[in-house]
Design a protein around this ligand. Structure first.
Ligand code: UDP
Length: 244
């Protein structure tokens, strides 16, 4: 398999992959049994990484950085390095569940509020009856819980570890612990369990198509406004970076 092309948005790597290619890489990494990290890059990630050296290093070292958001694909096109499309973390998780069911890959779902991962697991298993969710745990990204969580993932013999602690906590957690968890692939999935479990509603497809998912999110979760300031800052920084 040819490694995917890397596009840099404000210095942060994003890989030009499709859903099918991402799933193929996951399959290969499970077969190899090495610890490989996937991140789902959106404009908040890029802005955070501008001043957070630790997070930036994790993105730099990640084996796959998928273009999670419309803002990323638009920026790539504007900068003259178009990506073939978006690979949204939530959609990747849903497709991964179907592939995992067919291939027998074992998935551990870590993070989100208590009970949410379990509910999301039940929904994914309902849709994919042969899916093996080998464990769920809310836990927290706090350092004192790491050993306990790593033991749970090891004991479950997970192939894939999905971590829903939000960025950058989830991605730093994976970078620190994936290898000793013995899982082959770790993916930071943000709010994916909330969407699957239905605790947070996703924007309707037409809203996603016109690229206004961020506005829908702002209306539904207005307390996120401060984090969403990253969006206009990102747009300005991208515009400005081309002019220089
Ligand atoms: N979360 C968690 N523990 C924490 C902080 C966050 O389990 O200490 C979960 C939260 O419940 C949610 C997810 O992490 O399910 C992050 O969701 P968010 O919508 O913030 O994701 P992002 O915007 O980072 O993709």
């Amino acid at each position: 398999m040819i490694p995917p092309a890397t596009v840099r948005i404000l210095g942060i790597p994003v890989h030009d992959v499709t859903y099918d290619e991402a799933l193929a890489w996951i399959g290969r990494w499970i077969a190899q049994g090495e610890a490989r990290q996937i991140t789902t890059v959106n404009p908040e990630f890029v802005m955070r990484a501008q001043h957070d050296a630790e997070f930036r290093a994790v993105l730099e070292r990640a084996d796959l950085c998928v273009p999670d958001a419309v803002g990323i694909t638009l920026a790539a096109r504007y900068l003259g390095q178009p990506l073939r499309g978006r690979v949204a973390g939530i959609d990747l998780v849903e497709r991964l569940a179907a592939r995992a069911a067919a291939e027998g890959w074992r998935i551990f779902m870590l993070g989100a509020a208590p009970g949410v991962a379990k509910r999301a697991a039940a929904i994914l298993t309902g849709r994919n009856p042969s899916l093996d969710v080998c464990g769920t745990h809310a836990g927290s990204p706090a350092a004192e819980e790491e050993n306990d969580i790593v033991q749970r993932v090891r004991a479950a013999r997970a192939d894939i570890l999905l971590v829903a602690y939000g960025a950058p906590a989830q991605d730093l957690w994976i970078a620190r612990n994936l290898e000793r968890s013995s899982a082959a692939v770790g993916i930071g999935v943000g709010g994916a369990f909330d969407y699957i479990a239905g605790t947070v509603q996703r924007a309707p497809p037409w809203v996603q198509r016109v690229g206004l998912e961020w506005l829908y999110r702002l209306a539904r979760q207005p307390w996120r406004w401060q984090r969403q300031l990253a969006l206009p800052r990102f747009a300005l920084a991208v515009l400005f970076s081309k002019r220089r």
